[in-house]
Design a protein around this ligand. Structure first.
Ligand code: ADP
Length: 266
């Protein structure tokens, strides 16, 4: 792996954050960013916590769109030369997407990515926060290990779909975070089943299109908690695309209640 500067002893104090929760996945496209953003919104709106979200998915930042901050400009700088997070739905957000054009990051190499992440971590005025969610880059490589070593993570939530191909990567994720002594807070199974519109609360209407119980079995075998089984729900996708996460735009929906229940347990 590449070298990175040592972690300052007082990083936690400097950040002024009580809990730092990584939202991770072994592979892309499983709904990691959707989960991170909805958990953050649920923690802020349903639990009344002071919440931030750090978009560490440098190569594919989703937070600007998901949080409807894509046209909000760049972060202001305070007197102490720190970036002020952009804020929506009571959640303070920092993302590479606020700082540079997406295409420029695509050709970055590891050390540049870590430099940029270090800036977003240390040179952002997060304080005061109860919880900071970190939307991790997908996968289990050097970047993920390095972030885990730099940030005093309270723990990691691993998002996976029920398919074996995703589960194999999720297991790798559990092993990687355990190796760097980051506690695994649990799995979120995403796209667990299809919930037809109007029948979200009717269990008999569920269609298990990616297989049933995949994450539950893996969780049991690995001694990891299964925090929630979130359905494939058209409204989750629509609200995400609109930049109005369902956890905050429809907290009483089945999905909204699920995200709030998970946030409460973290
Ligand atoms: P990742 O961060 O793992 O790459 P995203 O959160 O970007 O994945 O999700 C990938 C796509 O799937 C997005 O279009 C998102 O809106 C959609 N999606 C994620 N979770 C759900 C869900 N539970 N129901 C419907 N669509 C979802």
């Amino acid at each position: 792996g590449f070298k990175h500067p040592p972690v300052p002893d007082s990083l936690e104090g400097a950040l002024g954050v009580q809990r730092i929760i990584a939202v991770a996945s072994g592979k892309g496209g499983v709904g990691k960013s959707t989960t991170a953003v909805n958990l953050a919104c649920a923690a802020a709106s349903s639990l009344g916590l002071r919440v931030g979200i750090l978009d560490a998915d440098v190569f594919g930042p989703s937070v600007p769109i998901l949080m409807n901050l894509a046209s909000s400009g760049t972060p202001a700088i305070d007197k102490e030369n720190r970036m002020l997070p952009l804020e929506n739905y009571g959640v303070k957000c920092m993302s590479m997407g606020f700082l540079i054009a997406e295409q420029s990051a695509a050709v970055w190499r590891g050390p540049m990515v870590m430099g940029a992440l270090g800036k977003m971590i240390r040179e952002t005025k997060w304080h005061p926060l109860d919880v900071l969610f970190v939307d991790m880059p997908p996968g289990t490589g050097d970047a993920q290990i390095s972030i885990s070593q730099r940030l005093p993570l309270t723990g990691a939530v691993i998002v996976s779909t029920p398919q074996e191909i995703a589960l194999a990567d999720a297991r790798r994720g559990v092993n990687m975070y355990s190796k760097v002594n980051t506690p695994i807070l649990g799995f979120v199974e995403n796209m667990s089943y299809y919930a037809p519109p109007g029948s979200e609360d009717d269990a008999s209407a569920r269609a298990y299109i990616f297989g049933k119980g995949g994450v539950k079995h893996t969780a049991e075998a690995m001694g990891v908690e299964l925090l929630a089984e979130v359905p494939l729900d058209q409204r989750i996708r629509e609200r995400s695309d609109e930049g109005r996460p369902i956890a905050v735009s429809d907290p009483e929906s089945a999905a909204g209640r699920l995200y709030a229940a998970v946030a409460r347990r973290l």
